[in-house]
Ligand binder design. Structure first.
Ligand code: KG4
Ligand code: ZN
Length: 375
């Protein structure tokens, strides 16, 4: 089957078309088109995403990406937009339209939902609403342009650390679409902390990649200027690293960076970036290991925008490797928001809807944006 998916939950406008086919060992996917348009430059002067600007840009970009998507697929699917003549071929016919319905910025989510509703109605296709976080969970298993998601027995229970601009969660998935949140942030998300500390260092938005770049240039971590005797001193705390639960907190860490900069205004940015990144990674790695020990998952995965962070990728892989686990890492192409991951999540939802073991298809007119949607 072929699924067209739309993602507009934050500041990326994205449309993708995927082909999925059941095999003996799992489901074989092929990405036929994966269009992403980032609005980062538009939001940068404001130091973060402005919801109404995001909405305006999504409305402008969706038809542009839609046309690009059609051009990428040969023969193109028989799709039209607003009654225009279709040039496509029935051989590429779609079977469903999917759209992110939450969590995210509601004005932004609505643009994708309205566009998807129009398409689904015009072509009489089922419309599948998808939880954005479910997309991030599957992203670790995706490869460009072809990949297979193995049968449930091979992957579940799956433990995923989702780290993005809006979320920091440890999620245990027992079967497709059935998740348990084991722990989450009590205040700021990890990506949000990166963005806020970047702002203190006068680095552009989004701050994660900028901080990571500076931290990599801090060459001498074992012999830094802040050695006390021969003991290396940590500049910042590791919040909640010793708490018994699997929750996180990053707002105190952010504040301690603020105070440190206030009291030591001449400290170089490379050192701050290095120490801050290390503090975040230490906490994320330690809590993930704690969850592995307690829940003994079959597979462990990383997902979300912060999954692009090399230090996190390396340290988590290495420490899991030491206890016999391989970490599923998303290709960098799929760490940020994209519609291909939404299509994958939609495939598994669609399959269960068709089998009738989930509540009936929601009527397209009843699908709405849910900014605070949970897993
Ligand atoms: O998943 P995503 O694209 O959007 C949300 O759903 O939030 O995540 C965006 C977040 C931003 O906070 C950004 O600073 C962070 O991911 N990020 C990184 C890196 N690349 C992106 N954080 C740390 N290191 C990176 N290399
Ligand atoms: Zn995201």
């Amino acid at each position: 089957m072929r699924i067209l998916a739309i993602e507009t939950s934050c500041d990326e406008t994205a449309i993708a078309v995927l082909k999925a086919k059941k095999t003996k060992t799992g489901v074989a996917f092929e990405i036929l088109s994966n269009q992403v348009s980032s609005q980062v430059k538009i939001h940068r002067p404001f130091g973060g995403v402005v919801p109404n600007l995001a909405k305006r840009e999504h409305i402008k970009n969706l038809p542009i990406l839609f046309k690009k998507m059609l051009k990428k697929i040969t023969p193109p699917p028989p799709l039209t937009l607003r009654g225009a003549e279709s040039l496509g071929s029935r051989a590429s016919k779609l079977d469903a339209v999917a759209v992110t319905s939450g969590p995210g910025l509601e004005p932004a989510l609505w643009t994708g939902i309205n566009f998807a509703k129009e398409l689904a109605e015009e072509h009489k296709l089922p419309l599948v609403p998808v939880n954005h976080l479910e997309g991030h969970i599957y992203s670790s298993m995706m490869r460009n342009p072809k990949f297979e998601i193995l049968n449930p027995k091979q992957i579940f229970p799956l433990l995923t650390l989702i780290v993005s601009g809006g979320h920091t969660e440890l999620v245990l998935t027992k079967k497709h679409l059935e998740h348990k949140i084991l722990g989450e942030t009590l205040d700021d998300a990890a990506g949000e902390a990166f963005d806020k500390v970047a702002r203190m260092l006068e680095l552009p938005y989004p701050g994660g990649p900028e901080i990571s770049k500076l931290a990599k240039k801090f060459h001498n971590p074992l012999n830094p200027p802040y050695l006390k005797g021969d003991k290396r001193e940590r500049l910042f705390p590791r919040p909640m690293i010793n708490s018994k639960d699997l929750n996180f907190s990053f707002s105190g860490l952010k504040t301690s960076v603020l105070y440190y900069l206030r009291d030591n205004p001449k400290t170089d940015k490379f050192l701050i970036a290095y120490e801050f990144e290390q503090a975040v990674v230490d906490v994320l790695v330690s809590k993930t290991l704690k969850a592995v020990e307690k829940y003994k998952p079959k597979t462990v995965a990383l997902g979300g925008g912060v999954a692009a962070n090399d230090k996190l990728r390396e340290e988590l892989s290495r420490k899991l490797g030491a206890i016999g686990h391989t970490l599923l890492l998303p290709e960098k192409k799929f760490t940020g928001d994209n519609a291909a991951m939404i299509a994958v999540a939609a495939y598994f939802k669609f399959a269960r809807l068709r089998r009738g073991d989930l509540k009936k298809f929601v009527k397209p007119e009843n699908i709405k944006a849910e900014g605070g949607l949970k897993l």
